[in-house]
Design a protein around this ligand. Sequence first.
Ligand code: URA
Length: 464
Amino acid sequence: LSGTDPELNAGIKQMSFLTTEILRKKRDGKELSDDELKFLVEGFASGQIPDYQATAWLMASTIKGLSANETLVLTRAMKESGQSLDWRGLSANFKNARFADKHSTGGVGDKVSLILAPVAAALGVKVPMMSGRGLGHTGGTVDKLQSIPGFNMFPSINEMIRGLDEVGVCMMCQSAELCPADRKLYSLRDVTATIESVPLITASIVSKKWAEGVDAIVYDVKCGTGAFMETRDEAVRLAHSLVETSKRAGMAAAAWVTRMEEPLGAFVGNALEVLESVYILRNEFPSPLHKRLAQALGELSLTLAAEMAALAGVQPSFEIAQKKAREALESGAAWKIFEHMCKAQGAPTDWETRLAKAPVVKDYLAPRAGSVGEIHSRELGLAGLRIGVGRQRAEDKVDPATGFELLVARGDKVEEGQPLLRAHLRSGSQFEEIQPELSRSFVIRNVMRDEATHPTKLAVERIS
Ligand code: URA
């Protein structure tokens, strides 16, 4: 672990700028110098620059933009506001190891990390995966893994080293010691309409991956109605910015722009998503429909795992890595790694049978005959917030057991009264509460006009 560089700090303390002059410069669309930006970030992180001045800078930056160099300097300053990890320096066993991670901009039913991490480890990458909690209507890997009884998302440094050495993967909650300036700035952005800025999002995401000490990073930039970036153009712009800034920071990087309209797979909900990941890792599904709904999700997980291995340099090419990723899944090697990881991180051997189950199950029925034209993941995500899949307020606790199970796919023909979705609930009254969101989630079209089909491929574009 390395903390903030004391010499750098001393340098910054000696820097003397008038904050108002820096704000004026950004307001007028001019590029800030490296020192001016470092002065702002350090000053804000240490409390010397008040929220109102930081907000003025955030708003000016959102409107006028940041150059590629400003984005990199901001990223570095946020990384240097806290500790950074240096895995190879932590254990002699890691001398020749390569470390990689994946970051997703967030989706509904997005359990890719749970499938991809053990597959990537099977390909020879060390995966110190640091994840977050759910944000808005999208789920978080931390909440999903915490539905596994006993699973410790806060391993000590020694436990992380042991996990990476013996299992090849350690999944954990983002440490509060990494990038404290980002956390403080993000809270301000959240309440000042300055979240939607590509350079600010870039600096926020890349600083955390840089501090995590990985050699390679793969971004899954979701686009579509259920995503943070709704249009393909916006997603591509963010993907380019993430890749460029990561490379300038010395990491190997690539991004995949992927579709996020309907939920990924058949399940949305914390324990339910763990269960679906187990089905995929074991290649055993409770029904052909479950298998069909999980197919595109499984493919995306293999693609991103192969990308991690190829970028990290532990596989000679992406194509070879992709073939090996499929073998790791089909041979059961990835499932063994997942089981081993659960054990290493504190889960009992029978954790699967002890996953939380919701006491009430109710089916949502098709209001009329036709074909399933759309399944809006955003609406389902919002329904999930109401039943505890995610949080409505930061201090809320998630419910591990609640969630949804799709009983149809896009393009399927349905009869009036046929079950479209099974809701797993804490109480019967929750079913009434989510009726508006459920009715907006499903678009039933006239069969004659229907051209929609369930997608078999989610990846739209690769940016390297
Ligand atoms: N996720 C982050 O970590 N930061 C952002 O700014 C947006 C999404």
